[in-house]
Design a protein around this ligand. Structure first.
Ligand code: FES
Length: 106
């Protein structure tokens, strides 16, 4: 289990308990977090689950794999800390992870 904190484009924080093995996107959808639409259902094919990972967690979350990076190349407002939340798997290590959603996703 890990607490994941979602921050919307206006700075509002919402904290959810996510189970190990589910993705940061799945935990968001289950809890009706705004700004994460996940149109492709987690197939790494839409980029509507784009988030910015808090810098403090970048090492633990790691870098995107090739397929994810290619999707990010088509996403809007991509930054160094951009990840697709469907590709981040929850684990105890990620307890307290903060992710923000881009302004274009609301
Ligand atoms: Fe479509 Fe993540 S849900 S890329």
């Amino acid at each position: 289990m890990a607490k994941i904190i979602y921050v919307d484009h206006e700075g509002t924080e919402r904290t959810v308990e996510a189970s190990n093995g589910e993705s940061v996107m799945e935990a968001a959808i289950k809890n009706s977090i705004p700004g994460i639409d996940a149109e492709c259902g987690g197939a790494c094919a839409c980029a509507t689950c784009h988030v910015y990972v808090d810098e403090a967690f970048m090492d633990k979350v790691g870098m995107p794999e090739d397929m994810e990076q290619s999707m990010l190349d088509f996403a809007e407002n991509v930054k160094e800390t951009s990840r697709l939340s469907c590709q981040i798997s929850v684990s105890d290590d990620l307890d307290g992870l903060k992710v923000s959603t881009p302004e274009s996703q609301h």
